[in-house]
Design a protein around this ligand. Structure first.
Ligand SMILES: [Zn+2]
Length: 343
């Protein structure tokens, strides 16, 4: 299968601050991971264009966008304790959001079977009115919003180790977006409890699978199959959009989950089964150990290309925690009661 890889040198120009873990070298590690798939014949690189600021307004308020643009162009600085921007960040952010929109139009034209967008700044913590957690524009939400506007139903799978509070928030009342997040809990930003299930017509369309420290990839994969799969099948998405954060890798310095690179192959593959070829795109979110980031990318891009490439680092073997599965399953049932739209 053919995979589009969207990346831009401008992503290296977004300066998040000295010694910040969300550094430009992450892009280089991810591109190295793409190269190490050895799939030159199946990879098509493209250069993203800037998102038109109007296309961001489905997701972000105009006031927020104007303020952010002005703040960046005046030289930038710290927005909060974690999130800083530079004068180059606004353009990088427009190109990061634009990468998704460009990929969708290329996939709609049948150019490829899937896309992986090697972007920064990342996006899933950004809400409609706030930058936070290294994120300023919610790239995934912009792509998903453009699909929903065309009448499409979208599965968002967010496997970053942190909960994607921004994406959840933006689509919390929607029955056109099924948002599934696996993440460490408790951990920044503190949201993503099982009891957060959506609101109004969106009740049941948010599936949070918070995992205790040390949770194995096996448990996370089992949770997706046991707790989320039935809902996804009934929802029957037209598109899958993945928040591909690789900070759940056991080597990641910011988190304490137990995934290996190969788990990102399996989880990406799991999400792809619900849509036809050419209807899946993944955005880089977190991931702060450069070696783990590289290897996890190789595995995930391999999945998008239909190739099982499992990097050699993996000696750790995980087990399924049935205790975690049962606790999650019971809590979700209790939270939804008779309101489960997929029962
Ligand atoms: Zn993260």
């Amino acid at each position: 299968m053919i995979v589009l890889i969207g990346s831009h040198t401008q992503y290296l120009e977004h300066d998040s601050g000295t010694y910040h873990p969300e550094s430009p070298s992450r892009i280089e590690a991810v591109l190295d991971g793409v190269k190490r798939t050895g799939l030159e014949d199946q990879i098509r690189f493209f250069t993203p264009t800037e998102a038109d600021p109007e296309s961001l307004e489905y997701v972000h308020s105009q006031k927020y966008l104007i303020g952010l643009q002005r703040f960046c162009l005046m030289g930038g600085g710290a927005i909060d304790g974690d999130t800083s921007v530079s004068d180059q960040s606004w353009r990088a952010a427009l190109l990061a959001a634009g990468a998704g929109l460009d990929a969708i139009s290329r996939l709609e034209h049948g150019d490829a079977d899937g896309a992986f967008l090697v972007v920064r700044p990342p996006g899933h913590h950004a809400t409609s009115t706030n930058a936070m957690g290294f994120c300023i524009i919610n790239n995934v939400a912009v792509a998903v919003g453009s699909l929903v506007e065309k009448g499409k139903k979208v599965l968002v799978l967010d496997y970053d180790a942190h909960h994607g509070n921004g994406t959840q928030d933006i689509f919390y009342g929607s029955d056109k977006v099924l948002y599934i997040s696996t993440h460490q809990h408790p951990l920044y930003p503190g949201t993503g409890r099982v009891q957060e299930v959506g609101t109004g017509p969106g009740v049941g369309f948010t599936i949070n699978l918070p995992m205790p420290e040390g949770t194995s990839g096996e448990t996370i994969r089992a949770a997706l199959e046991v707790i989320a799969q039935n809902a996804v099948e009934i929802f029957a998405p037209d598109w899958v959009v993945i928040s591909a954060g690789f900070d759940g890798h056991y080597k990641d310095p910011l988190t304490n989950l137990g995934l290996r690179a190969q788990d990102f192959y399996h989880i990406t593959n799991w999400a792809m089964q619900f849509v036809p070829k050419g209807r899946v795109l993944a955005f880089l979110e977190g991931g702060y150990d450069l070696g783990a980031l590289r290897d996890s990318t190789t595995a995930a891009v391999g999945a998008l290309a239909g190739e099982k490439i499992l990097p050699k680092e993996e000696s750790v073997r995980g087990k399924v925690s049935h205790e975690t599965l049962e606790a999650l399953s019971e809590s979700r049932k209790r939270a939804l009661g008779d309101r489960d739209p997929f029962c």
